[in-house]
Design a protein around this ligand. Structure first.
Ligand SMILES: Nc1ncnc2c1ncn2[C@@H]1O[C@H](COP(=O)(O)OP(=O)(O)OP(=O)(O)O)[C@@H](O)[C@H]1O
Ligand SMILES: [Mg+2]
Length: 264
């Protein structure tokens, strides 16, 4: 049965969607079956995966009860579009509105090893749905002064999700994203997070590079566009699989083989 990981942050532009896309790429290359769910009305993840803009149904129809999740899977992606913003409003007054994604995913969990959920940059109902549906929460924090504050707010949200709906939600950790570790600013941010949250902070930081925007524009994974930078995501995936436990050991072994040429 799939392990579901919600990727979130309190603020926008911390590299969540890039992380979901790239982690999905790496995990698939490790032989794992991965479903990527776009929970953001911006639809960035759907664009990254080149889902046709007219693809239907989307996550909006699933959340409003007009489609089954199975039918909203297009090449192992459940896309989102602006219609999701309206769907979120429609949900606001409904009973059990926080549980819809969890229920919808139940039917497909056997078909995947990992389900990655890309949350919008707001701690609203969509993100709550992502958290309630998830086994794990992965926080992306941009290497900036307010990173710590952002993490504190997201952790508050995890606590609420746990208390109200999902006792089993585990905080997988926080990754420092879009980081330039040559600057004292990024190093200080990392040190602060480490001091506060210890082992929850991933050893791997994702380096900042314009190559990410370029690779997105060209529709090429960073793993192929700039394998030297993609190595950060291979290292992050290794830590992530370790945290997911022994069931994922075969995936880690495959990952080691993927990483080997890059180390030459
Ligand atoms: N490691 C990186 N270095 C530099 N730029 C990056 C990196 N990762 C992502 N980016 C770029 O930063 C921008 C925001 O990234 P992304 O869309 O992944 O963030 P996000 O947290 O999902 O944003 P939002 O909160 O709007 O959903 C994009 O232009 C992306 O190409
Ligand atoms: Mg995003």
């Amino acid at each position: 049965m799939a392990q579901t990981i919600a990727v979130l942050s309190q603020k926008g532009g911390t590299g969540k969607t890039t992380a979901v896309r790239t982690l999905a790429d790496v995990l698939r290359r490790c032989g794992l079956r991965v479903l990527a769910v776009d929970l953001d009305p911006q639809g960035n993840l759907s664009d990254y995966f080149d889902v046709a803009p007219e693809a239907a149904p989307t996550i909006a129809e699933v959340l409003t009860g007009r489609a089954d999740l199975e039918d909203a899977i297009h090449d192992d992606v459940v896309p989102a579009a602006l219609s999701l913003a309206e769907a979120e409003l429609q949900l606001a007054g409904k009973m059990g509105r926080e549980l819809i994604l969890k229920r919808a995913l139940k039917k497909v969990r056997d078909a995947y090893d990992v389900i990655l959920v890309d949350c919008p940059p707001a701690l609203g109902l969509l993100t709550v749905n992502g958290l309630v549906a998830a086994d794990y929460a992965l926080i992306s924090a941009e290497a900036q002064h307010f990173a710590l504050q952002g993490v504190v707010q997201v952790l508050g949200m995890l606590e609420i999700a746990n208390e109200l709906h999902n006792d089993d939600l585990v905080w997988l950790g926080v990754v420092l994203n879009i980081a330039d570790m040559r600057t004292t600013h990024s190093r200080d941010t990392y040190a602060t997070l480490k001091q506060e949250y210890g082992e929850k902070v991933f050893e791997t930081t994702i380096r900042a590079s314009i190559a990410y925007a370029e690779s997105a524009e060209r529709g090429v994974s960073i793993l192929d566009y700039r394998p030297d930078l993609g190595a950060d995501y291979l290292a992050l995936t290794d830590e992530l699989l370790r945290r997911l436990g022994p069931d994922f050991a075969p995936g880690r072994r495959k990952l080691k083989r993927l990483s080997a040429p890059a180390a030459d």
